[in-house]
Design a binder for this molecule. Structure first.
Ligand code: PMP
Ligand code: GLU
Length: 396
């Protein structure tokens, strides 16, 4: 027996794999510092947990409509209006099992064999694989560190083809932490305006912003809203990675297709988790302020420590909770007599010999870089940075 052909180009998620490996080492008693996964160390706020407990107590434990309970879809529309100045109706919203599920269903609903999706690099590891699982072809557009990793409108223009079905934007970005400026978004809008394709705006890091104001492409180009899909979820902002709660809002025809896929696969996201999400969206939003301040302090600590190392250069990210230091200055130096030549090898040495889990840049389309998450305590970060320094200074 063989696996289906559609799995041939697919790789396991390297972020989840490294995270699992670091957790397994820690469970064995190894003193490993994990800077691997994009997973907040903050606990889910108590009022959100209470809402789930209350829902369970009240017996809210049955199937719900596939797209999510009406109240939650209304609350999502109210959130999109309140925070993003975007107008959606509940029948344009589908509640999913994490934002990842929303993106997966979106590509399943949209793509025919060979349809193209433009993905600026560095990108979140799962975008290309999810496109391929749907039979599509990822078309990678390089961005430059000097331009703050914002996609160049001309590069997008060149990548557009009659087969382009969507362009994926993720700002604040995983893994670069880059936040696209108004001018950058206007440039991208101009590039796609003449082309009949969707714009996917993955806003999952919306609340983790250290400079300026959050903007998605619909804010700068209202004419594109009718062909924009907003992806968001509770994992990052509300520290709810394990709850698996996300959503998509977009044109009705597309959302109906996504719902149909969900009808025949997962059905609804867990009923009591929907109640928790409702509480999260409707409840106090003031806890974001100290949380973001704490992340900002960690960001500065990590960026300053990395930039003090010879051969390492780290851009200060404007959002999300990742740094993407450029480590290509270390390539060619030797570790225990062997030249270091790439990010995969470097991250393996870091884990095996220095007990620091950091993601190699390669699976993010960012060879020459590594990604470190600062969604962990300052104490762990300090320890991880000390170990990284030990590695760098051991190179010859
Ligand atoms: N988009 C981006 C850019 C991400 O980094 C992630 C990873 N958590 C997701 C979507 C999916 O998150 P989740 O499925 O936990 O909502
Ligand atoms: N998105 C997070 C990351 O990049 C969580 C793991 C995953 O789903 O990829 O680390």
């Amino acid at each position: 027996m063989n696996l289906a052909n559609r799995l041939k180009p697919i790789k396991p998620s390297p972020t989840l794999a490294l995270n699992a490996k670091a957790k397994a080492l820690a469970a064995q008693g190894v003193d490993v510092v994990s800077l691997a996964a994009g997973e907040p160390d903050f606990d889910t706020p108590e009022f959100i947990k209470q809402a789930a407990i209350e829902a369970l107590r009240q017996g809210f434990t049955k199937y719900t409509p596939t797209a999510g309970i009406q109240e939650l879809r209304e609350a999502i529309c109210a959130k999109l209006a309140r925070d993003n100045q975007l107008t959606y109706a509940p029948d344009q919203v589908v509640v999913t099992v994490g934002a990842k599920h929303a993106i997966y269903n979106l590509f399943q609903a949209l793509l025919n064999e060979g349809d193209e999706v433009i993905i600026p690099a560095p990108y979140w590891v799962s975008y290309p694989d999810m496109v391929q699982l749907a039979g599509g072809k990822p078309v990678i557009v390089e961005t430059r560190e000097e331009n703050g990793f914002a996609p160049d409108p001309d590069a997008i223009r060149r990548a557009l083809s009659p087969r382009t079905k969507a362009v994926v934007l993720n700002s604040p970005s995983n893994p670069s932490g880059a936040v696209f400026s108004r001018a950058a978004l206007e440039g991208i809008a101009q590039a796609v305006r003449g082309h009949d394709c969707l714009v996917v705006s993955d806003d999952i890091y919306e609340k983790l912003l250290y400079e300026g104001q959050f903007l998605n492409i619909g804010n700068v180009a209202p004419d594109l809203v009718s062909r924009m899909v907003v992806i968001n979820g509770m994992s990052k902002s509300f520290s709810m990675t394990g709850w698996r709660m996300g959503y998509a809002a977009g044109p009705k025809w597309l959302v109906s297709g996504m719902q149909m896929i969900q009808d025949q696969s997962t059905s609804n996201a867990a009923s009591f988790v929907q109640k928790a999400a409702l509480a999260a969206l409707k409840g106090p939003q003031d806890f974001f302020v100290p949380m973001v301040e704490e992340y900002r302090g960690r960001r500065d600590m990590v960026v300053d420590a990395l930039n003090a190392l010879d051969g390492v250069r780290c851009r200060r990210p404007e959002g999300a909770f990742y740094v993407l230091p450029n480590v290509s200055g270390l390539f060619g130096r030797t570790y225990k007599g062997t030249p270091v030549t790439g990010s995969l090898q470097l991250s393996e040495i870091l884990l095996n010999d220095f007990r620091v889990a950091a993601m190699p840049g390669a699976p993010f389309g960012a060879e020459g870089y590594i990604r470190m998450s600062f969604a962990t305590s300052r104490e762990q970060l300090r320890k991880g940075l000390d170990r990284f320094k030990e590695f760098v200074t051991s190179l010859r």
